[in-house]
Write a protein of this length. Structure first.
Length: 273
């Protein structure tokens, strides 16, 4: 059983929801990322989504685009990101890590080489935004050979046929994009999200994480009531951006924010005295 599958099985047994933070590797500087990953785990993160900087993103809003620009200014590459995961694994061998990014850097490296190097570094899976299931056969085969999960996005507009098709190739979990638009955009209607998550669960047998639009503890707690994972990205990256010129303060700021999210998520299970 993969680390991701084991995580969701354990959380299901505990009636808990996963907290999945996203940060861009190398933002605002390469030396920040690995200590920040450890700080997020200490704050209660269950799985880390690590963004691979890319010059031409199609799913990222302005906040995460600027994070990629800051990382790329330091020439952070896919090889560097794998090195960060390898360094993280020197102290943490249990927290799953998935890479979020775009196909071009993987194609340059080659599917098989990417899969082998990612596995050797301690990566657990990948979310490749611009690979539809119809064109994913080579990547799927390479990842399956190395027991890495391929996480897919589902949109509010995804049809039943589309959800089933993605379910046939996805593994680990699926990521439901809770609002139309790019990261950080839109107002989150949790009731509508809950109905959509229920529909997705009816069609595919994978945990469902919900992201895009989760900006505070209250919203995270409400989403946790309907999802298997709460994914928080832009709200974290905004805090990193504010402190880009004071990187020594980033770990504490992100830790405090995520700890509040963790408490809110877990608090939904508590019984009033």
């Amino acid at each position: 059983m993969s680390r991701i599958a084991q995580l969701f099985a354990d959380l299901r047994a505990q009636d808990r929801t996963a907290l999945v933070p996203f940060v861009t590797a190398g933002d605002p500087a390469p030396g920040v990322t690995v200590p920040l990953m450890h700080a997020m785990v200490a704050a209660g993160a269950d799985l880390i989504e690590l963004g691979v900087p890319f010059s031409d993103p199609i799913a990222d809003g302005p906040v995460i685009q600027r994070a990629s620009e800051r990382a790329l200014a330091h020439r952070v590459s896919l090889h560097d990101v794998l090195g960060m995961v390898r360094a993280f694994r020197e102290q943490d061998t249990t927290t799953p890590v998935i890479l979020m990014g775009y196909l071009n850097p993987i194609e340059v490296l080659g599917y098989d080489v990417f899969a082998d190097e990612a596995r050797a570094a301690g990566v657990d899976g990948a979310l490749v935004v611009d690979v539809p299931p119809e064109e994913s056969h080579g990547l799927v085969a390479a990842l399956q050979q190395t027991d890495l999960d391929l996480v897919y996005l589902l949109a509010p507009t995804s049809t039943e046929e589309r959800i089933r098709r993605i379910g046939s190739v996805a593994s680990g979990f699926v990521y439901y994009v809770s609002v139309k638009g790019v990261t950080g955009a839109g107002h989150l209607n949790v009731e509508a999200v809950g109905a959509r998550v229920a529909e997705i669960r009816r069609l595919i047998n994978l945990p469902v994480g919900v992201g895009f639009g989760i900006k505070d503890a209250e919203t995270a707690a409400r989403v946790a009531a309907v999802a298997d994972a709460v994914i928080v990205g832009s709200a974290i990256v905004e805090r990193i951006e504010v402190l880009a010129e004071a990187p020594q303060r980033i770990e504490q700021a992100v830790h405090e924010f995520l700890a509040g999210i963790r408490m809110a998520i877990d608090g939904r299970h508590s019984t009033p005295s």
